[in-house]
Design a protein. Structure first.
Length: 378
């Protein structure tokens, strides 16, 4: 008796009818069959996890189909769980080909690799001989916990703007395992886990992702660990400078509008309206002797669409201002004063939120500009 294997999980034994029938059949029969082509006889095992119920399926197949021949196929398959539960229906047989199907129901405390082992045989009734006997095959499938939930969490350096999920909840399936252990398997410098209850945990950000899905979360339940669940920590990162407009103001000499667009760490606009604020980072330095221009308080603003403008004016002519601001155009180059500024997104309170830019406000006699811009500015 021979058992020929083609590969580890699928075998195709081949046997010459001439050699078989020389030992068992008449010379006239050998002459008749010698002209027939050789056919592959196939046997294999398979496994899968099916549906939301988590049932594990296994099967074994033996196929000795050959036109004009009378063959019987046999298979004896066994499905075994990680903790030793077994499904086995004994050996089954059929003409030419046979399949044996097995299943084991979900046990939330018996997760991991389920194994299928099968024994295969094929019999030829013409030569009254075994084509192959008790040849083995195997397969496996992993019944692992599954994580579901949002895949994006927002981070604003402690700020919590409306409309942005700064904390998300993940859930594990199956829902009734005896215990759950959650872990950040990658990107632990970007996210935290907290507040585990039963099969759920919360995820919050602590730094921006450098690539989509670079935070991985796993859960261990029923003796098995899930595949990593990808999370992206998104948040504001840069200000993209837009057009600058200067115009006359009869009370303050001029208005300058310095336009910006807020972009996140994936170079996308933010989802909806978002608060932001400026903060002064240095005292005023006068560039013009005896200048008396005043600096207002740092302020906040809510952008409806990720765009905004820093509106900077000269000084009240009624002060009277020294020097007297003039009306553009043309634009001159006489500096009056400057000071440091930073921009944060996520809160309208100066100093709160994620910092996205530092710069200097430079006020000239007839216009204003941002200089020394650094963005991003973590």
């Amino acid at each position: 008796m021979n058992c020929m294997r083609e590969s580890e999980t699928k075998q195709t034994p081949r046997r010459s009818f001439v050699n078989t029938l020389r030992r068992a059949c008449l010379v006239s029969v050998v002459t008749l069959l010698a002209a027939l082509p050789s056919y592959p006889w196939t046997y294999y095992s398979g496994a899968s996890v099916g549906g939301a119920g988590g049932t594990v399926y296994g099967w074994g197949v033996t196929d000795v189909t050959q036109p004009g021949m009378y063959h019987t196929a046999y298979v004896n398959a066994t499905l075994t769980s990680p903790k030793g539960r077994v499904a086995n229906n004994g050996q089954v047989q059929a003409t030419s080909s046979v399949r044996e199907d097995l299943s084991l129901p979900l046990d939330p405390n018996d997760l991991g690799n389920y194994l299928v082992t099968s024994s295969h045989s094929g019999f030829c009734h013409m030569c009254n001989c075994w084509l192959f006997e008790n040849c083995g095959s195997g397969a496996s499938v992993a019944e692992l916990p599954i994580i579901s939930g949002p895949q994006t969490v927002w981070w604003f350096n402690g700020a919590t703007p409306s409309g942005y999920a700064v904390s998300i909840t993940l859930s594990a399936w199956p829902t009734n395992s005896s215990s759950y252990s959650w872990t950040i398997s990658s990107g632990s410098d970007k996210a935290n886990l907290s507040g585990q209850t039963a099969n759920q945990t919360n995820v919050t950000g602590k730094a921006l992702s450098t690539a989509s899905g670079d935070v991985g979360v796993t859960v261990t339940a029923g003796g098995a660990t899930s595949n990593p669940y990808p999370i992206t920590v998104r948040g504001p990162k840069t200000l993209a400078a837009g057009a600058t407009t200067d115009q006359c103001n009869s009370d303050y000499g001029y208005d300058s509008f310095l336009n910006y667009t807020i972009k996140d760490n994936l170079s996308a606009l933010l989802l909806s309206s978002i608060p932001l604020s400026e903060k002064w980072t240095s005292a005023v330095t006068n560039d013009y002797t005896n200048a008396n221009w005043r600096r207002g308080d740092a302020a906040g603003y809510t952008s409806p669409d990720s765009t905004f403008a820093d509106h900077i004016q000269g000084e009240a002519l009624s002060l009277p201002a020294n020097p007297t601001p003039t009306c553009p155009p043309p634009l001159g180059s006489t500096p009056v004063q400057h000071w440091g500024q930073e921009w944060r997104v996520g809160s309208s309170t100066p100093g709160s939120g994620a910092r996205v830019q530092t710069d200097n406000i430079q006020k000239y006699l007839d216009h204003a500009r941002h200089t020394g811009i650094v963005s991003p500015a973590p």
